[in-house]
Design a protein around this ligand. Structure first.
Ligand code: CAA
Length: 387
């Protein structure tokens, strides 16, 4: 009798090695400066494109690498271990394009996925607004049909990689008064007349990834840029998050792994009271707890990724919504705990920018907030349980 191995495949392990080597060589050495200057790391983007790691999830039929959801998680994890801002390149490329993969016409998919796969364009996701964050369906951005065009007006907020992305999935109200059922999804291009961007938000972390408003003023786009049916945009937006909250979990895992690895190296070197601080049981217990939380979150995330992969290939998974929220919540809470403990283990040194752990702690915080706060994740999980 043969049992399926409950572990990533050999190809996944090889992929991890490849990404880790690239991240060690080209991404980690840039992470502190990227954080300090708050400039988008175009050199890292080029290095990821050269290795075809910038948008691995795009299916082969659209010119992509066709990586499965677990492989995508591993790529994001390993990039985040070196630099959380850079890990938003593969993560946001997935977030922006999953609405197309789930709901768009073949024509739209072919037109917009190929440039992303080829590294010529990045793709962002524009759901939130100033007054519509957790209550995303409360958005005000309007899209009005005018002949064979839609005209969009409104301001999207907190848009990751805004300005550096060429393409945007924009959710807008097409039937006012109908709530979530009156929202539609569109592809908007940076070069469309009437598209502009707000100033870069001054953030606590992920500083090298621009977060800006996307401002839409009488943006006239062909009706063929509608993703799916009119009124289906909010469902597409939430169905997308079922897949991509898992990639935020991956980012959190990577940040936490980076902090744990650095801490382990440090406590073996740092001597106090005549011996390495790793000899003290108090320190050992902290390390054990950090590794335990990380591995628990990792297993949940990989399980969720396997479900995401099945769901993407026509086999609906009833528990995907629960698992993706659970993975995002567990991994981001673990990352916050682990990075905070890493700063503690390094003591005064950990609190300075001479060492990477304070950056990791700042970067970890966003994973508890974006793609739905962890309070929203708990609400989503509870709704699934009580349904
Ligand atoms: N998949 C598909 N459809 C879904 C769904 C899912 N997972 N969950 C709900 N729906 C459907 C519902 O069935 C309902 O459809 P019907 O009316 O036909 O029944 C419709 O969507 C509306 O659902 P709800 O009534 O549950 O909607 P709600 O207004 O109560 O809100 C919510 C639900 C879970 C709170 C949702 O608004 C939410 O997730 N909020 C958080 C927003 C969020 O995650 N924002 C992230 C922004 S992106 C980002 O952060 C990216 C970045 O920077 C990197």
């Amino acid at each position: 009798m043969s049992f399926p191995l409950y572990a990533p495949a050999e190809e996944h392990a090889m992929l991890r090695e490849t990404v880790r080597a690239l991240a060690d060589e080209k991404i980690a050495p840039r992470a502190a400066a990227a954080d300090e200057t708050e400039e988008f790391p175009w050199d890292v983007y080029k290095a990821l494109v050269a290795s075809d790691l910038h948008a691995v999830h795009v299916p082969e039929q659209y010119g992509g690498a066709g990586a499965d959801a677990l492989a995508t998680v591993i790529v994001i994890e390993e990039v985040a271990r070196a630099c959380a801002s850079s890990s938003l390149i593969p993560a946001v490329n997935k977030l922006g394009t999953v609405p197309l993969l789930l709901s768009a016409s073949e024509e739209l998919k072919a037109r917009y996925l190929a440039p992303v796969a080829g590294g010529e364009a990045m793709f962002s996701y524009a759901l939130s607004e100033a007054d519509a964050g957790s209550d995303a369906a409360g958005m005000k951005t309007r899209a009005v049909l005018d002949g064979d065009h839609y005209v969009l007006n409104g301001t999207k907020m907190w848009i990751t990689n805004a300005g550096v992305s060429e393409y945007y999935t924009v959710m807008a109200v097409t039937a006012p008064g109908e709530g979530a059922r009156g929202i539609s999804a569109f592809v908007v291009e940076k070069s469309d007349e009437g598209v502009s961007f707000g100033p870069k938000e001054k953030k606590l972390g992920i500083k090298a990834s621009p977060t800006r408003q996307v401002i839409l003023e009488n943006v006239r786009i062909p009706a063929s840029r509608l993703i799916g049916e009119p009124g289906s945009g909010f469902k597409t937006a939430l169905a997308t998050l079922d897949h991509t909250r898992i990639t935020i979990a991956a980012q959190a895992l990577g940040i936490a792994q980076g902090a744990l690895d650095f801490s382990i190296g440090y406590v073996k070197e740092r001597r106090q009271f005549g011996k390495p601080i790793s000899d003290f049981q108090g320190v050992q217990f902290m390390l054990a707890d950090m590794a335990m939380k990380l591995e628990a979150a990792r297993q949940l995330t990989y399980h969720a990724a396997a479900k995401s992969e099945l769901a993407m290939h026509g086999s609906p998974q009833k528990d995907l919504t629960f698992l993706s929220s659970a993975a995002k919540c567990a991994a981001s809470d673990a990352a916050m705990d682990i990075t905070t403990d890493a700063v503690q283990l390094l003591g005064g040194y950990g609190y300075t920018r001479e060492f990477p752990v304070e950056r990791m702690m700042r970067d970890a915080k966003i994973t508890q907030i974006y793609e739905g706060t962890n309070q929203i994740q708990r609400m989503v999980m509870a709704r699934q349980l009580l349904k």
